[in-house]
Every structure is written in C-alpha cells, then in structure tokens.
Design a protein around this ligand. Structure first.
Ligand code: MRU
Length: 350
C-alpha cells in the first residue's frame, strides 16, 4: 500500500502556499497546517510540526520562497538583502540536521547566480529550485530503499529508532524506505519501533505510518531494546541520520548511540540510511556536530501530566553521536558504504 498523504505540499505557483502535516498531533489527529509565511515555517520546524532531517530541509526551502514573495516588485538589491535575511532566520530554527542549511545554501547559490535577473525572475528561480529539492528528495528516498533492501533477508526482525519514514522526508523515508522496498520485493519483515523518549516519534509516528502501509510493527519502550535483542527478535537495526561527519560518525535522535552499542554487543548489524545531503564533510568527526538542547518541559511534562518533581534539574539533548566503528554500513541514494571511515565516505561522495 502506498502512502495517501504528503508530509509537505506546496499549492499554487511561486505565489502559492505550503501545507504541512502537524506531526505534533499524530496519531490522534491528522491535521494539515497552512504555512503561509516564513515565520509560520520557522515555528513549524522549531516546534516539530515538521521534523526529520530531509523534511526540515525541504520545508526551509519553501520557507525561503514564502519569505521573499513580497519582494518580487522590489529592486534586486532589496530582494537579495531580504533573501539573505530570510535564509539566516530559517537556519536558526534548529541546529543539528544539516539538511536545513544544505537546502538554504542551494537557494543562496541560485540567488547569487544571475545579477541581471529581476527580483520577480529570481523569485521564480528560487521557487523552481525549492520544487526541485522536494522532487529530488522523493527520488532519493526510493534509491536509498532499493540499496538498503538488499541488506535485509526475508524473516528479519528490524529495530528502528525515532522516525525516519515518509513523515521525515518528502518521499518514502530513509530507514523506513529500506523496509518498504524490502517488503515490496516480497520479503517478510517485522519492525520493532523504539518509542523514542521524550517526544515519542517512534511510537506516535513510525508505528502510525507502518500501520498505514500494512507493515507488521511492535512498539517497545526504549529501555526494552537489549532484552528484545537477547531474545533473538532482532537481526538488523536501521536508523536515519541528522548529520554525518567526514569520518562516518552519525548524529541521530538521542538514544541511537545506545542502540548501536547494544547491537554490537549482540552481534547485530547496525545500518544508517541517509541521503548525501546529510553529510557534512566540513566536520572531520562527530565531536564537532552541534547538538540541539530542548526544553525541560519535554521531559518534565511529557504528554499532559507532570512526571518529574518541580525544581528538579533536567538534561534534554535531542541528538547523540554514534561513532563510525559501531556502524556496519551507511546506505545513501548512491549505494552502500560498508564500515564507514574518512576514506570510504569521501570516495563514496566523490
Ligand atoms: O527531532 P526530530 O524528530 O527531527 O529527529 C529526527 C531524527 O532523529 C531522524 O531519525 C532523522 O532526522 C532522520 S529522518 C529521515
């Protein structure tokens, strides 16, 4: 079964508007938000209405188009200045997923490419580039899925962490695309979805979209993964990534590092599925990846009630870094990098 929804949907021409599924409300409610201004997009990214590294990048590109709509009749100098302002503003919405700045830099290069174009012509080009980023994202998901499916045998129990599915991209996802492709190829899989504290992207989003697509899924609390592996239920782990350093270290949702350690201890292969836009080759190792710190209330007042005594200190990093030696392979739209390290990563990305 194919997905019957679009995580991000642009309606209209360059003067159109963006619709996003409000992922904070799933699985109870399926509601779209109309993001009509760059501020709407910034807030949607910040509050995780749209989340997941590739989807954040696509949303930011559309945000830049929205933020420059009113300057189509301005001078080029005014348009360019607004474009840079909007880009800096969007780049500050979340720090860890590099796809955000990657998409904004693509638009920036377009904006700097033709000094003779009018503001309206340049805005049209930014619109076309944003549409291309979204289209490429969809295609990239399918390629990742095909490459990754070859690594999974029929009968495999697959553990995944957080949500790296269609809700995290413009297409079929990264880690979950591997599962959808393997299933489409006739393989029998059973997915174990870590619930993924504190915001439960695994329980709320991964389980929802696998159920929508008739993939067998069992939700487990994060602290159950070791036991489930020991019971022999897991033969592979597949996760997404928010930023990958040149040496193959991977930043992903908090808890991923622990899952990688558990997988190694149980002799289970640990795979990361991510597009090449998630690599940040400027960073030599994962130690340099900025880790987003989020509000204490995500931990103290999770979903409707207080679960930590008032006044108690809380630490809430949203991501962690899994060292490359714990990763058996990184799956991209270009193929598979086995045992990633600096040379194999750079060779893979050309
Ligand atoms: O805080 P989130 O929900 O944006 O975190 C998302 C993740 O960590 C995903 O695993 C990652 O972005 C990969 S999405 C294909």
């Amino acid at each position: 079964m194919h997905r019957a929804y679009h995580t991000l949907r642009w309606e209209g021409d360059a003067l159109g508007t963006l619709y996003l599924i409000d992922q904070t409300l799933l699985p109870e409610q399926f509601t779209e938000i109309n993001a009509a201004t760059v501020e709407d997009v910034w807030h949607a990214i910040r509050q995780l209405s749209v989340r997941g590294a590739p989807a954040i990048g696509v949303a930011a590109a559309w945000g830049a188009v929205l933020g420059t709509q009113q300057c189509r009749d301005s001078s080029r100098a005014e348009f360019d200045s607004r474009q840079r302002e909007v880009s800096d503003y969007l780049a500050g919405s979340r720090p860890t997923a590099v796809n955000l700045s990657w998409a904004l830099q693509r638009l920036q290069r377009i904006a700097e490419s033709d000094a003779d174009a009018t503001a309206a012509q340049m805005h049209q080009r930014l619109f076309e580039e944003a549409a291309l980023i979204q289209l490429e994202d969809e295609q990239m998901c399918d390629r990742i899925g095909r490459h990754g499916a070859e690594l999974l045998e029929s009968g495999t129990g697959v553990l995944t962490h957080c949500n790296a599915g269609s809700l995290a991209t413009a297409g079929n996802g990264t880690a979950l695309s591997v599962i959808f492709s393997a299933k489409a190829a006739g393989k029998q899989l059973h997915v174990y979805a870590d619930e993924t504290r504190p915001l439960l992207q695994g329980a709320r989003l991964t389980a929802w979209e696998l159920q929508q697509r008739d993939v067998e899924v069992t939700v487990i609390c994060d602290n159950m993964a070791a036991q489930v592996m020991k019971e022999g239920r897991i033969q592979a782990v597949v996760t997404g990534a928010d930023r990958i350093a040149a040496n193959g270290d991977v930043a992903n949702k908090i808890g991923t590092y622990g899952v990688a350690l558990l997988a190694r201890a149980h002799g289970i292969p640990f795979y990361v599925a991510a597009p090449s836009s998630t690599f940040d080759l400027v960073l030599a190792t994962g130690n340099e990846i900025p880790i987003e710190q989020r509000a204490d209330t995500e931990v103290t007042h999770g979903f409707g009630r207080q679960t930590v005594p008032a006044g108690v200190d809380v630490y809430n990093p949203a991501f962690d870094v899994t060292p490359a030696p714990l990763i058996d392979a990184i799956i991209t739209e270009r193929g598979v990098v086995h045992r990633p390290e600096t040379q194999s990563v750079c060779r893979h990305l050309g």
